[in-house]
Design a protein around this ligand. Sequence first.
Ligand code: VG1
Ligand code: CO
Length: 543
Amino acid sequence: MTSKTVATRPFDGQKPGTSGLRKKVGVFQQPHYLANFVQSIFDALGGVVGRTLVLGGDGRFYNREAVQIILKMAAANGVARVLVGQGGVLSTPAASCVIRKHRASGGIVLSASHNPGGPDGDFGIKYNIDNGGPAPEKVTEAIYARTREITEYRIADVPDLELDIIGSRTFAGMQVDVIDPVADYAELMQSLFDFGAIRAWFAAGHRMCFDAMHAVSGPYAVRLLEQILHAPRGTVINGTPLPDFGGGHPDPNPAYATELIARMQGDDAPDLGAASDGDADRNMIVGRGLVVSPSDSLAILAANADRIPAYAGGLKGVARSMPTSCAVDAVARQLGIPVYETPTGWKFFGNLLDAGRVTLCGEESYGTGSDHVREKDGVWAVLFWLNLLAVTGKSASDIVTEHWQRFGRHYYSRHDFEGIATERADALMAALRARLADLPGQTLQGQRVVHADDFAYTDPIDGSVSGKQGVRVVFEGGSRVVYRLSGTGTEGATLRVYLERYEADPARHALPTQDALADLIAISRGLADIAGHTGLTEPTVVT
Ligand code: VG1
Ligand code: CO
């Protein structure tokens, strides 16, 4: 094998965020930029000689080039075997599934998830460990530390590998298995859900619409829904992955999945609507004329898990990220199981899942998952809902309203203020933090603050501590306002403001969400002086 050692110098800012390193495509296209980061991963692992790795991405612009670079570097660094998705494609949950099933020592996932793609869009890379989940902070910190001192990387000096033909081959002395990106994942899904019941549901004339948003969930949804479950052709829309996602924003929320939302209005709307993001780990669930809040979806899955084959034995516990609403807490109380509150980002669920403390987990950002893999999983969540509709015979709307009657409703919304200058966003957070000690006991627009802090998390399994995970202000009655800065953006800062209010009375469960939260919204703006710090009087995205 011919391989070479290339001299390089560190790049600034190769610090992984909430979910890996995300930058503009142009940043990744700079000579050595990607290679530096990949070598830093390998070095931080103490070398990768003899290891098996999984490799794939969401197919966005630069995915193919990046896969070739990483394969050549893996070979030069002594990796024994790489399993790579055909065409360099693997959804994030499928990558997790493949790592686990084939007992790989880890994997590299190429995605900037819900961020737009294309030559002017975003690209991203992250490392997943042998449990199939995102590397924990101690690993990402070691990778970052390595990026700051790197002086050289190793890369095989060979032509590109043929990525489009499935099969095993030798590449620069390393075994590469080009695999069907869907097969292992589809097999896992069939082991979890009642496919017979879902098939019968479709056969009885029920309909769904799955919007793949021109992203990587397309092939997974087509195989599972249309080919295996025999849903009518056309059930999956925008199902062909495109390197620029068709110019869209592959984020499954009402603001961006507009085609799906339009189809779910009116009498001839399908029974269920769903959408997924760039790398297929997110999901939005839509009933007829009703968008299910992701926090509610998590709670509903938990409350009904015993109807699903994989979870019929009961849940060990549940976990949610701190800003996610407390709807699932209400379910856990009734089930008598523990609920864990973690910082934002899937990496914090891994230890809990590995230790068997939790079975289901989720985030308010359209992320839900279980112990079947170690990533959130969009198509899995859709199948869970389909299974539920099939065995209960109910509509999604009925399931949601009945859930609220039983547990009360946690009105919930997230207001994002995007494109803020970083210094201004930092100043806003610093000013908020400075007020925390004085807030308890104060009354803001008629609501008394009972607790205010900057969320810190101690992992119950390994004792690691993560501080500064978001400012939360809790009011009498459990209403909450949470503030944090996004860790996935590539331009300026995004302030996320999370709003939650509990309503026990079923007579008040049908209010428009923004109306139900109006008081809290006003408090959130004033308390942080959002307009003063950012110049923005209204959020840029509301979910
Ligand atoms: C966002 C979400 C977070 C999610 C993360 C990765 O992070 O808020 O809940 O885990 O994206 O999701 P942030 O730091 O921007 O708030 V994905 O689908 O982009 O991997
Ligand atoms: Co994603």
